[in-house]
Design a protein around this ligand. Structure first.
Ligand code: DX5
Ligand code: ZN
Length: 221
């Protein structure tokens, strides 16, 4: 949507310099930080858990947007909330009780998000539209940074936008995967409010602040 903002994903950051990477995002005007928790089961990769979320929490006051790519995430929710997450997002494919997981997240005092894999249709979240603060449309198959943007995410964003009220409070729409200066404006035009960008921000080619500036310029054009 108009005024879409960028959330750097720490997945592509240099973890030997995590504090510098977090501060560079903050100094570069990031709207928040996106943290990818992976369990090696729901997705074919392992990253980090609540300890690292808590460490990042101590480094910044930016909102922390925690994306759980974890089977049966319910057990992890109290620790992630305790670690200082502001938003916790669970995948609809990861538990048969996604409604209960959303209730748990809100009861823990966090904003609740639900995520959709590329193969999952928008209607899968329809019963939850009044219960969630954020809907995350995956524009790659989750597990790794640096993959190509899947255009099917644009139709899904438009379908979700059409399901939501045009005025008044509604969940944020977030898109994650393959966001760069070329795809960011497409996702924003399709209705995304929050754009997650990993390898376009942390790529060792240009400074983090420069990369964030390029994304904002592309969104303003
Ligand atoms: C992928 C993660 C993303 C990842 C995106 O499973 O959910 O947040 O960091 O990386 P890029 O922006 O490089 O596609
Ligand atoms: Zn993510």
């Amino acid at each position: 949507g108009a005024g879409a903002v960028v959330l750097p994903s720490l997945l592509s950051a240099d973890f030997t310099r995590l504090a510098e990477e977090v501060r560079a995002a903050e100094a570069g005007g990031a709207a928040g930080l996106h943290l990818d928790v992976m369990d090696g089961r729901f997705v074919p990769n392992l990253t980090f858990g609540p300890m690292i979320v808590a460490a990042v929490r101590r480094l910044t006051r930016l909102p922390l947007d925690v994306h759980l790519m974890v089977e049966r995430p319910e057990a992890l929710l109290p620790a992630v909330a305790q670690a200082g997450a502001d938003v916790i997002t669970v995948h609809v494919e990861a538990t048969p009780h996604v409604h209960r997981a959303v209730q748990m997240i809100r009861a823990l005092g966090c904003r609740a998000g639900v995520a959709l894999n590329p193969g999952t249709p928008a209607v899968a979240v329809e019963p939850l539209l009044g219960e969630v603060d954020l809907i995350l449309v995956m524009s790659v198959n989750p597990g790794f940074g640096g993959q190509a943007f899947l255009p099917l995410a644009l139709d899904k964003l438009r379908a979700l936008r059409a399901m939501l009220p045009a005025a008044g409070p509604r969940p944020w729409l977030e898109v994650d995967g393959g966001i760069d200066p070329a795809t960011a404006p497409l996702a924003a035009a399709a209705g995304a409010d929050l754009l997650v960008a990993g390898s376009a921000v942390y790529n060792g080619q240009a400074p983090v602040g420069t990369n964030l500036h390029r994304l904002r310029q592309a969104l303003a054009a």
